[in-house]
Write a protein that binds this ligand. Structure first.
Ligand code: MTE
Ligand code: MO
Length: 254
């Protein structure tokens, strides 16, 4: 916003306003450019309004006839750390989802417990920034259901997903975060099924999050721990996600 062009534009507006003020208010409405300046303001508030409403809206859902024949895997296809491999060998019976941070009742949930909670099924399109899309059918527990059980404290602003998969030789783990508005959205689910089958390892077993109005990299796979925070300072120096730390936008949605 501090580009020279922007600064020149602001200077011109300020100059024009000063001229007008000197000329008197009655000339304001007669000035040919005044209504146009108002239009710009109107456009801006319309855009802001659109942003607010679209964030509350639902992502498009599709029918079974729209399903992609194969839902591909991207990024990690099989986390290569020993802990995850051991859990996978036991078909995740020993896996526990730890949900904590700023909450009244931090808890750990087994896969069976998550499966016994109310569920939501949705057929949606996944868009990856690398240039591919796929339509899949997801079943899972709404994140709002899980959060209701642990009672987030009033200060919570972000939900952070800590994943099992190391992204480099230093062992940097994949992680992601969303705000409370997306966390409580009805289409935000912790998915344990894809296309009527147990979620494959390639797509994030035992659970991965669906945040339907955002891009693929927000949909953390291999979730081990969910942490409720007030700011990213509490999770280190990061920008709220593995790809965000490489320069991607934190808000990857419409
Ligand atoms: N833990 C973890 N989550 C992840 C990734 C990853 O590499 N590790 N890749 C992301 C990206 S870029 C995309 S497009 C989707 C891919 O999901 P899929 O493997 O089910 O196609 O997962 C996202 N979530
Ligand atoms: Mo992606």
């Amino acid at each position: 916003m501090k580009s020279p062009r922007r600064r020149r534009f602001l200077a011109r507006i300020a100059g024009a306003a000063a001229t007008l003020a000197a000329a008197g208010c009655d000339r304001l409405s007669q000035s040919p450019w005044f209504p146009r300046v108002l239009d710009v303001g109107e456009k801006l508030s319309q855009t802001a309004q659109h942003l607010v409403t679209s964030r509350r809206s639902m992502a498009q859902e599709f029918g079974p006839e729209d399903l992609s024949p194969h839902f591909r895997s991207n990024g990690t296809a099989n986390p290569r750390n020993a802990e995850y491999q051991a859990l996978a060998r036991g078909r995740f019976a020993e896996w526990r989802l730890e949900v904590g941070g700023l909450a009244e009742h931090p808890a750990r949930f087994s896969l069976a417990e998550l499966r016994s909670m109310p569920s939501r099924t949705q057929i949606t399109r996944h868009d990856c920034v690398e240039g591919w899309s796929a339509i899949g059918k997801w079943k899972g527990v709404p994140l709002a259901e899980v959060l209701r059980r642990i009672q987030p404290s009033a200060a919570v602003r972000y939900v952070v997903f800590h994943c099992a998969d190391p992204m480099d030789d230093q062992g940097t783990l994949y992680y992601e975060s969303i705000d409370m508005e997306d966390a409580l959205h009805p289409q935000t689910i912790l998915a344990y099924e894809l296309n009527d089958r147990v979620l494959p390892i390639a797509n994030g077993a035992p659970i991965r999050v669906r945040v339907e109005r955002q891009l693929g990299y927000k949909m953390a796979k291999y979730i081990m721990r969910i942490e409720l925070v007030e700011s990213f300072a509490s999770i280190g120096e990061g920008n709220g996600g593995y790809w965000e730390d490489q320069g991607y936008a934190w808000y990857a949605g419409i």
